[in-house]
Unconditional design. Sequence first.
Length: 170
Amino acid sequence: MGRVYWVREEGGHKFLRADAKGISVPIGCEKAWGLEEFPVLHWRWRAMAFPEGTNEREKTGNDNVLSLYVVLGGWPIPRFIKYIWSDTLPVGTIFDSPLSGRTKVFVIRSGRSSAGKWVSEERNVLADYRRVFGEREKNPSAKGILLLTDSDNTGTQAVGDYDAITVGAN
């Protein structure tokens, strides 16, 4: 297996490039923060090459050019919110991952019309958490972030870029 993630530079700006050829390898950062205090997640990403034959609702087509997971508190097994750029599903689609009932998937970008362009995203993770898990626990927390560009189920290739991931207040 070759390298999947590496730092690239364009015009003096560094970002993370992901290039997955028939594999699924996440990369992450463990860093806890309180969702009440810092509910908003910002990032930008750029889709370069979409995996072919995807359908994220099905295990056999569950590949993404770009996806960002928020790891949420939970013992012994955490929960996840997964934000994806889908090639086929419409924006606003929310569903249980076919790989884990503890992962809720939000389609926040769809199609290839913005391929090759940086796109900025902003999500209120606390609002999304309460929407899909329905819990009102006091001061829910995130435990970290995972990034995943994968193409193991379709056996094709996915290439995308990630940059400027930050959390903040409203």
